[in-house]
Design a protein around this ligand. Structure first.
Ligand code: SIN
Length: 282
């Protein structure tokens, strides 16, 4: 058993080498935990995780969230399938977002394992919400102090004709339980959170699930939300991860955004995702 080498990447994240995720000592796991808390997203190459290994690695971080909306692996309920078939044009996660912000206790993070990759394309973008907060212009920083934002999953996963997955073919065979999504209650979180592991401040709004600010209408919230999103879109704190067979990414849903690029039409891409339960955010 060896200790990990942590190489910081430009923008956000770190590549971890020198370890086999099937066989991590407590010391190596401690160093990976520290890197996760600091960098927000970790990339591992040349891993050979079976589905059971994937589950066991995820369980070291906490309880596994059984996804309510994504199709599950036929033999492992813990594994959500992030799949796109050659005849589908839309993909899952094809826009900047962070998973589960619509939950009262948003997920800690997700572990994504590449199972079948397109010959070209299918990279994933990541953005640091620590850096987004740190680089906020002063006037924006003042405006978000003490604000809370409302998050919802209904307009994404719900049954109505105009939800994200109803309108696109990304949902076909891959997303379900729309009636459960329709019953999701709105939740609020601080716009600036103190990260539960690192103690650092992070901006916690995202274009997919954040609908408005608490105490304001959607219309009144739009100008500030749009400025915050524009700041995050254009920042110098992005990293584009190119997958290869054996790649594993683990991201922190509290301190990063991600976006699965959809530039591989006519090809298949199959990823296995496990999401780990988190805690309330302050
Ligand atoms: C996701 O949003 O969870 C999917 C990311 C990816 O497929 O790269």
């Amino acid at each position: 058993m060896s200790l990990p080498t942590v190489t910081s990447l430009s923008g956000v994240g770190a590549e971890i080498s020198g370890v086999d995720l099937r066989d991590l000592s407590d010391e190596a796991f401690g160093e990976i935990t520290q890197a996760f808390s600091e960098h927000g997203v970790l990339f591992f190459r040349n891993q050979t995780l079976s589905e059971q290994d994937h589950i066991e690695f995820a369980q070291r971080w906490g309880d596994i969230n059984i996804n309510r909306f994504f199709a599950a692996h036929p033999d492992y309920a813990e594994i959500a399938l992030v799949a796109k078939e050659p005849d589908q044009t839309d993909n899952i996660g094809g826009g900047w977002h962070t998973d589960h912000s619509y939950d009262l206790e948003p997920a800690l993070g997700s572990v994504l394992v590449a199972r079948e990759l397109p010959e070209t394309g299918g990279d994933t973008m990541f953005a640091s919400m620590y850096a987004a907060y740190d680089t906020l212009p002063d006037d924006l920083r003042e405006q978000v102090q003490g604000l809370r934002a409302v998050h919802s999953g209904r307009h994404i996963f719900g049954a109505a004709d105009d939800t994200y997955y109803s309108k696109s073919d990304a949902g076909r065979g891959r997303i379900g339980n729309a009636t459960v999504a329709d019953q999701l209650l709105d939740v609020t979180h601080p716009v600036v959170i103190t990260h539960p592991m690192s103690g650092k401040k992070a901006l916690y709004v995202n274009p997919a699930f954040t609908t408005h600010f608490e105490g304001q209408t959607r219309e009144d919230s739009q100008p500030l939300l749009s400025r915050l999103f524009a700041h995050c879109f254009s920042g110098d704190f992005h990293y584009r991860f190119k997958w290869s067979p054996g790649s594993v990414a683990m991201w922190d849903n509290r301190s990063t955004w991600h976006w699965a690029l959809n530039d591989y039409q006519g090809q298949r891409r199959i990823m296995h995702r496990i999401t780990i339960e988190g805690c309330a955010l302050n």
